[in-house]
Design a binder for this molecule. Structure first.
Ligand SMILES: Cc1cc2nc3c(=O)[nH]c(=O)nc-3n(C[C@H](O)[C@H](O)[C@H](O)COP(=O)(O)O)c2cc1C
Ligand code: SF4
Length: 567
């Protein structure tokens, strides 16, 4: 337990409030820096922070308890070993790695060693699905971990070898490049091209391109930007959703590192289009190792006059971007939860409407877009809408980046046109004897072999980019269970259908596993799943039963065919 002198603590808090601003929105960055300094957030730290920020201490505690990356006193060991429990890492051998950690440390997952040195925890997707099993030890990420590597990892912790300010980035495996990945567009030229157009003409170019949001829902980008542009306010915001937490998705990690300039340029164009002066990048806590790279790019952009006042000499166009770190909550990828989090609150989704284009950050008009959407917007500015529309289908223009993991020879990142069929994709990635494909991550749909001729497009099977392949050897009940466990944990708990309904679905799967779920009860569970889809408040709850329902629909006999467990 750290011994903290109150005076020094208060001086530190004052310094952090100077750095981040003395407003509620600074709460998460201040707490993150305090945790970095003191190792955990003690009662005193929370109390003094609340006092200095003039908010109630229970508010600070409420925030701290919401985010899994915040640690309170005595909660965790000096080294927190987080093993990814997402299905892709499961398929790659997570269980064996977990056993090895437990054997070496003599504790189970969820426990801390008696000397306070190590905590073992499961975590959700670390964005390394093509290179699993993945482990995060404090801020360091390890890919392709085998049981044989475990003793050395523990030894390195004991000798404090893992301490370094910004660990190196594990490179992405790009397997197929298309016009976005191969693009030779210089970000400065793209920005110049956009600023030469009027705001209205720039939005028209986006509209002509047919670009739809790449974060999953596929909302037309030009419509969103036009709505925010038309909103009457002098205070508007651009938000880049870099919270990539959908299990099986890791394509934004690639873009954030390898296409940083285009992503920032797309955000600046967003600022230009809607008349904003400030942008935020909300980067998931699990991608902390990308922070320095992005901040260096922001500094470079300021030096080059691409951020700041009168950007590229354009009078009246002032815009800057701030990087904010998430703190381990999948639901914060939902745009209104993300805004709550940016404002310094628990990441609990809001009712919609009103939408962020009217009532976003601090109730001001805001556009929230996915990383890939900003990259695509930057390229459309430079290359025109016809170039973009030359790829994809009529309703789903352009190419899409896919994160492919699971049972295939070549997992990694693929850029393919919308309209690609599931079977074409499977051939491309070297998948053989495939039983099913989960498209769109845990919140997506499970497609059986009989539907492999379907196309991946907004008008057929839509996807934010996650593709997980299952071969004939896989047990679809275990797949469904893994996804439901994820949702039970990820639900923010605000509304009953999502909070309790998903628990009931998971319990149903456990009954099936034990051979004690009759077909009639499975039918009831299906009805419950459909109710959760309709009655939940946000996209998390609304999509949480998708995998369950599609697996029940296509693999019912496999699910029901278990022998009862003999006790
Ligand atoms: C639970 C949940 C998690 C989400 N996570 C992300 C995410 O990590 N990245 C993202 O861009 N969109 C995510 N979304 C979608 C966002 O709410 C929003 O639609 C998106 O950022 C809009 O950007 P786009 O129009 O460019 O796709 C999530 C939605 C839900 C319901
Ligand atoms: S649907 Fe789930 S995640 Fe969304 S608000 Fe309700 S409880 Fe929270």
């Amino acid at each position: 337990m750290p011994i903290i002198e109150r005076d020094k603590l208060n001086a530190k808090i004052a310094e952090l409030l100077d750095k981040h601003g003395k407003n509620r929105s600074a709460l998460l960055p201040v707490l993150q820096d305090l945790q970095e300094e003191y190792g955990c957030l003690t009662g005193l730290i929370m109390q003094e922070t609340a006092h200095a920020m003039e908010i109630h201490p229970s508010e600070v505690e409420g925030v701290v308890s919401f985010y899994s990356f915040f640690r309170t006193e005595g909660q965790e060991g000096r080294y927190v070993i987080r093993l990814c429990r997402t299905i892709s890492c499961e398929l790659a051998g997570k269980a064996q790695v977990a056993n090895q950690f437990e054997n070496e440390l003599g504790i189970e997952f969820g426990e801390t060693t008696p000397d306070g040195m190590f905590t073992l925890e499961y975590t959700n997707c670390l964005g390394m699905c093509d290179q699993g099993p993945a482990v995060m030890i404090n801020d360091r990420l390890f890919a392709r971990v085998t049981p044989a590597m475990v003793p050395q990892l523990i030894e390195d912790c004991r000798r404090d070898f893992l301490k370094s300010e910004f660990p190196e980035v594990v490179p992405s495996d790009v397997r197929k490049a298309g016009p976005i990945i191969q693009s030779d567009v210089e970000a400065g030229d793209a920005l110049q091209a956009a600023l030469e157009l009027s705001r209205a003409d720039f939005i028209s170019r986006l509209r002509d391109s047919g670009l739809k949001g790449r974060g999953g829902a596929g909302f037309p980008t030009a419509v969103k930007w036009q709505l925010a542009a038309a909103a009457r306010s002098d205070n508007k915001f651009v938000v880049c959703n870099a919270d990539e937490g959908e299990p099986g998705t890791f394509k934004d990690r690639y873009l954030l590192f390898d296409q940083t300039d285009l992503m920032l340029t797309g955000m600046i164009m967003g600022g230009y289009a809607i008349g904003a002066r400030k942008g935020f990048i909300y980067l998931r806590g699990e991608y902390l190792y990308l922070k320095k790279h992005i901040e260096d790019a922001l500094t470079r952009f300021r030096e080059q006059g691409r951020l700041g006042e009168a950007i590229l000499g354009k009078d009246g166009f002032d815009f800057d971007i701030e990087l904010r770190m998430g703190a381990g909550a999948y639901v914060c990828g939902e745009e209104t939860a993300l805004i709550e989090s940016l404002e310094g609150f628990r990441g609990e989704p809001r009712n919609r409407p009103p939408f962020p284009v009217d009532t976003g950050f601090n109730n001001n008009p805001s556009i929230v877009n996915n990383v890939e959407t900003f990259v695509a917007a930057a390229l459309i500015a430079a290359k025109g809408s016809d170039w973009f529309k030359a790829h994809g289908t009529e309703k789903s223009t352009g190419t899409k980046l896919f994160s492919v993991s699971g049972d295939c020879k070549r997992p990694g990142i693929y850029e393919l046109p919308f309209g690609t069929t599931v079977s074409q994709l499977l051939e491309e990635v070297g998948a053989e004897s495939t039983k099913a494909v989960q498209i769109g991550g845990a919140s997506g749909h499970c497609i059986p072999e009989s539907e492999f001729d379907r196309t991946i497009a907004f008008e057929d099977v839509s996807s934010g980019g996650s593709i997980i392949v299952f071969d004939q050897s896989r047990d679809m009940l275990q797949v469904a269970k893994n996804f439901m466990e994820f949702f039970v944990e990820a639900s923010c708990g605000q509304c009953t259908p999502c909070r309790d309904g998903n628990v009931t679905l998971l319990e149903g799967l456990e009954m099936l596993e034990e051979g004690r779920c009759p077909a009639s009860y499975l039918k009831e569970l299906t009805k419950l799943g459909e109710t959760i889809q309709i009655a939940s408040k946000c996209g998390l709850g609304q999509s949480s039963p998708n995998a369950f329902l599609s697996i029940v629909k296509h693999f019912k006999n496999e699910l029901l065919g278990r022998a009862p467990k003999v006790s």
